[in-house]
Design a protein. Structure first.
Length: 185
């Protein structure tokens, strides 16, 4: 977990370095604390946001936070897809577990592609489709959670999918800060 936190922090620093000089017209700037306060829907989301973005009081363009959260989400998707892949490679795994894992593998591919594409768009100040792409990614990860739900809410696959869904929602909520007219969905 410590390595993941260090990677996320480094990812945020690199993102800030690359987006710091190329501000997007009209994109708000605020501290990570303020961004998390606006994006969070409750205590769990606040903690996830702070863990993802840090708690710096220094103002940065919100695009950097969106990209950092998107990078963290795609890293998590990759780890989850790897775990799902291990189940799929196990010839002893029963079909009632393999089918949901196959669904998840496909959904994680979709979500990863959409979130990475959206992050690239944000880095290039193209904010037109960020809501649609991110909503579709959230739905894809939620479809995975729904597929593995019959295994129980305490199953590792379900827990992983719900955590990924929360990361996806965080990306969406942060992206919504970039386009104020889209905040009412």
């Amino acid at each position: 977990m410590e390595k993941v936190a260090v990677f996320i922090l480094l990812s945020l620093m690199v993102t800030l370095l690359f987006t710091g000089s190329d501000a997007c017209d009209g994109a708000p700037s605020m501290s990570a604390v303020a961004a998390c306060k606006q994006a969070a829907t409750g205590p769990a989301m606040s903690k996830l946001c702070a863990d993802t973005l840090g708690t710096s009081p220094e103002a940065q363009e919100v695009t950097s936070y969106v990209v950092a959260a998107a990078n963290a989400a795609t890293q998590s998707y990759a780890a989850s897809k790897e775990a799902v892949g291990k189940v799929l490679q196990n010839p002893l795994a029963p079909d009632d577990i393999r089918l949901p894992c196959l669904i998840c593998a496909n959904k994680y591919d979709d979500a990863s592609m959409l979130v990475a594409s959206m992050a690239d768009d944000v880095q290039h100040c193209s904010l037109t489709d960020i809501r649609a792409d991110t909503l579709t990614a959230v739905a894809a990860v939620d479809d995975c959670a729904t597929a593995v739900f019959p295994g129980g809410i305490t199953s590792p696959l379900y827990t992983m999918a719900i955590a990924d869904r929360d990361r996806s929602v965080l990306v969406l909520r942060l992206a919504m800060l970039l386009v104020p007219t889209l905040q009412h969905f």
